[in-house]
Design a protein around this ligand. Structure first.
Ligand code: PEP
Ligand code: MN
Length: 240
């Protein structure tokens, strides 16, 4: 899964869709409702962004995934997105999770920044127990004492969760590191450790991004990652 942190304009999401599709991504991501630390930061294009994402995905032939923050938006987002994402900040928002248990769309559930793995699985259980069995887990880094990176990507989580649950587990090294130069090595490590996929932030012009510029890959770097991913996957008897 790849695409920008946030949908910023029709041109930006179209270009992002084209480059990630060309490099071999299977799904287009983009945030329309953004959970920003500051209420004064860009909050996303909301419903307008959702429609732009849907159109861009259709144009290049990729399903789309986007975040839902508010239970009131679930129905509308589910009409336009193929998969609904629960962000780290809502990983234990049980009323949101319960409502997603009644939705007929797959859910990408991100680990909270201070969620233990047993709590992460119980968060998934809130969705599963409602009847929605299509849940994909996403390790996206946790808070530790280390401040050299935005988060500490917990690669231990991959083999542990593989042992504990049948649910697919993917890794987001973009938020897990916060640093462009670390995204490729950690994505490769995630696949080597058994992850079922990766979610990568890709922006046509990261220096102009309205959110998360320092961690977004430019198109050529994403293509480089995809080439390397194929080699690592092959080494561990997997395919991309
Ligand atoms: C995102 O993937 O857009 C995002 C906000 O990530 P997280 O919830 O992991 O911080
Ligand atoms: Mn982001």
């Amino acid at each position: 899964m790849a695409g920008p942190c946030a949908i910023e304009s029709a041109g930006q999401i179209q270009r992002a869709a084209e480059v990630v599709k060309a490099a071999g991504a299977n799904m287009l991501r983009g945030g329309a409702f953004k959970p920003r630390t500051s209420p004064y930061s860009f909050q996303g294009m909301e419903h307008d962004g959702l429609l732009l994402l849907e159109q861009a995905g259709r144009d290049v032939g990729l399903p789309v995934v986007t975040e839902v923050m508010d239970p009131h938006d679930i129905e509308r987002i589910a009409e336009h997105a193929d998969m609904l994402q629960v962000g780290a900040r809502n990983a234990q928002n049980f009323s949101l999770l319960r409502r997603l248990g009644k939705v007929n769309k797959p859910i990408l559930l991100k680990r909270g920044m201070s969620t233990k793995l047993d709590e992460f699985l119980m968060a998934a259980e809130y969705i599963l127990s409602g009847g929605n069995t299509k849940v994909v887990l996403c390790e996206r880094g946790i808070r530790t004492f280390e401040t050299a990176t935005r988060n500490t990507l917990d690669l231990n989580a991959i083999p542990l969760l593989k042992d504990w649950t049948h649910l697919p587990i993917i890794v987001d090294p973009s938020h897990g590191t916060g640093t462009e130069s670390l995204v490729i090595p950690m994505a490769l490590a995630a696949i080597a450790a058994g992850a079922d996929g990766v979610m990568i932030e890709v922006h046509p012009e990261p220096e102009k991004a309205l959110s998360d510029g320092p961690q977004q890959l430019r198109p050529a770097r994403f293509a480089e990652l995809m080439r390397a991913l194929r080699r690592v996957a092959q080494a561990v008897d997997r395919t991309v």
